[in-house]
Design a protein around this ligand. Structure first.
Ligand SMILES: [Zn+2]
Length: 348
């Protein structure tokens, strides 16, 4: 399978993350992408560089001021504070009330919901090319490819219309889904990351043409905490186009498989013509952020179901952290997709 990746995505390299009362090594390391790329290349998947699709695919899913903020945020931060440490916001707007202020310190907090998304010298370059990798994968599907994988890093599904969250700046999967809408009347996003895709839900909540189905750990006591509940089903014209399927800590392949089945059945009922998969590997039993226990067989089963579902499909990398099985699970997943595609082709 084609794997779209640009090495500039590694330019954002946060060192520390404040969590549960202490500083830890930031889980969202550039090494994640390097491990995935190298393992997939070693397994015979073709690594290709994305074309530059410009800013329009980002403006299509984000506030224009939010996108533009990141182009100059680092330079302005250094000028304003004299600091060359990673810019971590320490003022926030509360529940989105208030207005965009003029200065970079206030803007940093306006456009962020947490401390997980520091702005650094290489942040713009990394998040721009992460998004371009997803959009380019979608572009290849628009051009007729059956399935392409955008190896996007930093991840995207926690990024909302105008705020970063949970290691995510630009919503790569949302940009891919909007891009697919150029050709396909109805598109679905299936999110199999272990965390709720609160940003993707936010972006498409009122959109009748994009169905968002996610399986994830119950957010009642797990990030992202504030969205991703079972009674959130969309609003206005988009009512009925959001489906959150909750897992419990300790769940394994069986429970995950049932949730995938339910999500795909709902996507079928919606009438989706193309699919974006927010592909996290952080359901893995040995992922450092995981509280569920997906095995390699579980990932292979999900991959086969998604492929046999039969739609033009963009896979977009989301979470999955530096546990022992990260790159193995990516290889298992993509190999299972290719095997199912080959079986389909043989069956005619
Ligand atoms: Zn995640």
């Amino acid at each position: 399978m084609k794997v779209v990746f640009d090495p500039r995505q590694t330019a954002h390299a946060p060192e520390t993350y404040f969590r549960r009362g202490g500083f830890i090594t930031h889980p969202e390391q550039p090494q994640r992408a390097i491990l995935l790329r190298d393992a997939l290349a070693g397994a015979g998947h073709e690594i290709v560089a994305p074309a530059d699709h410009g800013l329009e695919p980002l403006y299509a899913v984000h506030d224009r001021g939010y996108v533009d903020f990141f182009r100059t945020a680092w330079t302005r931060w250094v000028e304003a504070t004299g600091s060359t440490e990673a810019a971590v916001p320490n003022y926030h707007t509360g529940r989105r009330e208030g207005r965009v202020p003029q200065g970079v310190v206030g803007q940093l907090g306006y456009y962020a919901t947490d401390t997980a998304c520091p702005v650094m010298a290489g942040t713009w370059e990394a998040i721009y090319w992460s998004a371009q990798s997803a959009v380019d994968a979608a572009d290849q599907v628009l051009a007729g490819a059956r399935m392409v994988y955008g190896l996007s890093r930093p991840p995207g599904h926690h990024a909302s219309w105008d705020a970063s969250n949970g290691f995510c700046f630009f919503n790569n999967a949302a940009a891919a889904a909007r891009h697919l809408r150029r050709k396909f009347a109805r598109v679905a996003v299936l999110d199999v990351d272990t965390h709720a895709g609160n940003g993707t839900q936010d972006i498409f909540y009122g959109d009748p043409d994009v169905f968002y189905a996610s399986l994830h750990v119950d957010p009642a006591d797990y990030p992202p905490y504030y969205l991703g509940y079972g009674d959130e089903t969309g609003r206005d014209a988009g009512l009925g186009t959001t489906l959150n399927l909750l897992l419990n800590p300790g769940d394994g392949d069986a429970e995950i498989g049932l949730a995938v089945d339910r999500a795909l059945a709902a996507i079928r009922d919606f009438g989706a013509e193309a699919l974006v998969v927010s592909l996290g590997f952080d359901m893995a039993h040995d992922d450092p952020l995981s509280v569920v226990r997906c095995t390699a067989d579980g990932f292979a089963a999900t991959a086969a179901k998604i492929t046999r579902f039969g739609l033009p499909t963009v896979l977009v990398q989301e979470g999955g952290y530096l546990g022992p099985s990260l790159s193995d699970n990516a290889v298992v997943f993509l190999n299972a997709c290719d095997a199912a595609l080959a079986a389909d082709a043989a069956a005619g």
